[in-house]
Write a new protein. Structure first.
Length: 338
């Protein structure tokens, strides 16, 4: 089944909110011009993301997983507009993010998209009180008619995320990491968004606090009908929050499948490697197949399939030909041997 046919099937199954097609991003990492002239060196380009395609339905949580450097956060930043795309298209509720749009349409879309960042210590202004931090989107999008309404909304948002309205008078340094992330979530909710991109929102927190934040985000999704793009390197985390998972390796999507299917019957060797790294807490004694090696240099990636130097199933075709995503038992897999 072709990629276009699979996307049509997904759109038919659910009301699609986000559609990403052919998304790519290349960074120029060349030395300064004078250095290149003196050293007689060529320009160098880093392909951070290459031909990424996925859709997200309304009310769904779609997760992107992979090792550090696989391009997950770059995709997240391009989807919310913090980073421009070198190529490809992003449509959110029918609005072309990477194309010419009216300023009024973009402003309305901006209100409906928010992002929760990885580090709660760096994403809050240390000089502002919490009430001002949360109130900023309310003022920016004109969602309150008076200061009294703003104070009321800020108090309600703090209660929604499990904090006290009186906490609004405090500064960020007076809170723990988990509480700061709750403040970040309250700020993201202040504009009444529909789509939230979560860039590893729990990776900087203790394990016990991670569970609290994940449960909170799940409850908020049910209460407000939110749609999530969840970025993580931890499969154990995304198993409990996502309905579908996309696995990235060196800037490419190598497998996209429903969460249950991906965990029970992974198709791509890299997905199996990631699952083998998850601790077997149930001590089931399942067979593990360790894969040696490290992620190649993205400036000079391997020919053909980028995973072939680490893959136990690699053949000559893998070294010469880049695999195209194809349907394998309901999952999209970019592997010749799947």
């Amino acid at each position: 089944m072709s990629e276009a046919a699979v996307k049509e099937r997904v759109a038919a199954d659910r009301d699609t909110l986000v559609e990403v097609a052919g998304l790519s991003r290349v960074f120029d990492v060349s030395k300064p011009w004078l250095n290149r002239v003196i050293e007689r060196s060529e320009r160098m380009f880093l392909k951070a993301v290459t031909d990424v395609d996925f859709t997200i339905g309304r009310g769904e949580t779609f997760a992107l997983v992979g090792e550090s450097g696989s391009g997950k956060s770059t995709v997240a930043k391009m989807v919310v507009g913090l980073l421009g795309a070198t190529a490809g298209d992003i449509h959110i509720d029918g609005i072309h993010m990477t194309g010419p749009v009216g300023r009024s349409d973009m402003r309305k879309l901006r209100r409906r998209i928010q992002m929760i960042f990885q580090d709660p210590y760096a994403s809050l202004n240390p000089r502002w009180r919490v009430e001002r931090i949360i109130a900023e989107p309310i003022h920016a999008f004109g969602l309150a008619t008076s200061n009294r309404d703003v104070v009321k909304k800020v108090g309600e948002l703090l209660e929604v995320v499990g904090l006290d309205p009186r906490d609004g008078r405090k500064f960020p340094h007076e809170f723990s990491g988990g509480q700061r992330q709750r403040i970040c979530i309250a700020r993201s909710l202040a504009s009444k968004p529909e789509f939230i991109v979560c860039d590893e929102p729990t990776s900087a927190l203790d394990v016990s606090v991670q569970a609290q934040i994940l449960n909170l985000m799940s409850d908020l999704q049910d209460e407000f009908g939110l749609t999530y793009l969840f970025i993580s390197h931890d499969l154990a985390v995304v198993k409990h929050v996502s309905s579908r998972i996309g696995v990235m390796y060196l800037g490419r999507l190598v497998e996209v499948a429903d969460t249950e299917q991906l965990f029970s019957a992974p198709k791509h060797p890299y997905t199996r490697m990631l699952l083998d790294a998850v601790p077997d807490l149930g001590m089931s004694g399942r067979k593990r197949t360790p894969v040696s090696g490290e992620i190649p240099n993205p400036i000079t990636p391997p020919t053909g399939c980028a995973f072939h130097p680490r893959c136990p199933l690699a053949v000559d075709r893998c070294k010469a030909e880049t695999p195209k995503p194809r349907d394998v038992d309901g999952a999209l897999v970019a592997c010749h041997m799947a």
